[in-house]
Design a protein. Structure first.
Length: 331
């Protein structure tokens, strides 16, 4: 039996997003966040299909300039961060399968009853196809990253956090991931964190594969920044791996309600023929877009202003989930 978790640069069938409900954590900025999501959805649909979960299909349809490549799905959610409660695709014996893990809102920090049922509803109502396997294991999509060749990145802060899988030892958690995803190697970083991140250091804010042999990671160049020491320790960990490394600068400090919020360029999204990159009206924005253009010369680089997203502690990758293409084979 062969099991493989794909890399994000592989061919996709769709990207799923959740359009923010009016009565949600976004109530303070609902018009602004809706404008950002409308841009996000339109950019996705230019390249591939976009499934949009929303509270009112008719209302949303009137807000979009076109519905081409867009499918609206009416479902209730607690939150918008579908990267963490959406199903995770694998290929098993060359066929696409989907894992539905338990989502408990990052260690029981918030309500999650509605979000935790979204994946099963999408299958039951026919929006997604194939075999679905529900698992008695807490895992968020933003906490793992794969190179598509049997290597996975994650963080100790999140994987071993006591409110996720407390009944399992660290050894058992590692064994579960290795078996479920058919891994040859599981790299768990002991360091790396961003202020304002309430996920307990998701890897998709810190370090990610951009090809089979290269990891991009967030680097702090300002020695006076509170992140400097912790991110330097993470960098040293990554240098001990066999992978090529590409530093991406940490954006300048951003604040909302006098609290620092987790701006990071690592929260980019790979879709068919494009890379969607969060920007923050930051001096580093242009440099980072140029770096992505060099790394992905065959893809269009699309910057999306995401300052509003990080007010609720996420960005583009957190706000979306990839559905990979069904294949005749998976060699």
């Amino acid at each position: 039996m062969k099991i493989r978790i794909p890399a994000e640069w592989e061919e996709q069938e769709a990207l799923i997003v959740v359009f923010p409900p009016k009565q949600s954590d976004w109530a303070h900025s609902i018009d602004e966040i809706h404008r950002t999501y409308l841009t996000f959805i339109s950019k996705i649909a230019h390249f591939q299909k976009c499934l949009v979960i929303c509270e009112d299909k008719k209302a949303l349809a009137t807000m979009l300039p076109t519905l081409q490549n867009i499918e609206l799905i009416e479902m209730a959610t607690n939150d918008t961060w579908i990267r963490d409660f959406g199903g995770i695709n694998i290929y098993k014996n060359h066929k696409r399968r989907t894992y539905d893990f338990i989502f408990n809102a990052w260690g029981n920090k918030f309500e999650a009853n509605l979000d935790n049922s979204i994946t099963s509803q999408l299958f039951e109502q026919g929006y997604l196809e194939g075999k679905l396997k529900s698992l008695d294991f807490v895992l968020e999509g933003g906490s793992i990253d794969s190179n598509g060749h049997g290597v996975m990145l994650s963080t100790a802060y999140c994987l071993f956090e006591e409110n996720r899988n407390a009944h399992l030892s660290k050894k058992q958690i590692k064994k579960t991931l290795i078996e479920l995803f058919g891994l040859k190697k599981l790299i768990i970083l002991e360091h790396g964190a961003l202020m304002g991140d309430d996920t307990d250091s998701h890897i998709d804010t810190l370090a990610r594969f951009i090809n089979k042999k290269t990891i991009a990671y967030v680097k702090c160049y300002d020695k006076k920044d509170e992140h400097y020491q912790e991110l330097k320790k993470m960098e040293k960990e990554l240098q001990k791996t066999e992978f090529n490394l590409l530093p991406l600068p940490l954006p300048s400090a951003k604040y909302f309600n006098n609290h620092r919020i987790p701006a990071t360029y690592m929260n980019f999204v790979l879709i068919n023929n494009a890379v969607l990159v969060p920007t923050y009206s930051d001096p580093y924005d242009a440099e980072v877009l140029a770096i992505f253009a060099r790394c992905f010369p065959e893809r269009e680089i699309v910057g999306i202003e995401s300052s509003i997203l990080i007010r609720e502690h996420g960005s583009l990758h957190c706000a979306s989930m990839n559905i990979y293409k069904e294949r005749d084979n998976d060699e």
